[in-house]
Design a protein around this ligand. Sequence first.
Ligand code: ZN
Ligand code: ZN
Length: 267
Amino acid sequence: MTGFFEGLAEFSVLLAVLYGVTVALYFLLGCSIIWLNNRNPERRIQKKRRGEKRKAAEIRLSLASILVTCLSVTIGLFAQYKGWAMQPWDFNWWTAVPLFLLCMVLFDAWFYFAHRLLHTKYFYKYHLEHHRSVAPTVWSNDSIGLVDTALSQGFYAVIVFIVPFPPLIVLANRLFDQINGTFGHAGFEYFASKTARRPSPLLCTTYHDQHHAEFKYNFANYFSFWDRALGTISPVYDRRVETFEKEAPPINLKLERQIAGTRKAET
Ligand SMILES: [Zn+2]
Ligand SMILES: [Zn+2]
């Protein structure tokens, strides 16, 4: 019995640490990207919508949903630690990059099919909350219903029983997904380039922004592969990226010139 309580304590500490770090990262990334967005208003993707008005609701739901995501990661890592999952491969720098990429590819496939499932008639009620954000913002990435989160983020609890990824690779993927997802929901485009459109399998913020705005396209997370192969990519995605690439002004790191100009005119 003591063993059970010891295990429970270890599990809880791991969960608490992962949750604390993820919440801190959620706010740090959110505030940093808003700082950048304020300096680049021309890069807004949906010019006529202001998703920012849902900020409070999005943050509230995110704080609950992040707990579910961290629970999934904790289950995976704890199962490895206890020897219930596959014996993880030793970490070394030679295999770190290919294993990280493999984990990305597997997570992307998991996410694509879970997401397609969430758009079916029976499961959509669990996904609805995330789609209340028609114009996503940095706070929307984790603004997801709890059943939805368990399905789309359950990958971490399951993958350790199928592929013996070192724990560091699992954590690195979770970290990368948090960063990628916050940029992916930022509502402002910074990554439109040749590498984000056909024939490249990579994508940019417009990809998932279109999923929120147009609803029936672009289900994948990291790569456009599954959407292209199964015909669910938006027919205008590649063209929109190309237009953005040509028309967007250079990224600006100083506060808007217009604001400075307006102040001058007022005085
Ligand atoms: Zn969706
Ligand atoms: Zn989304």
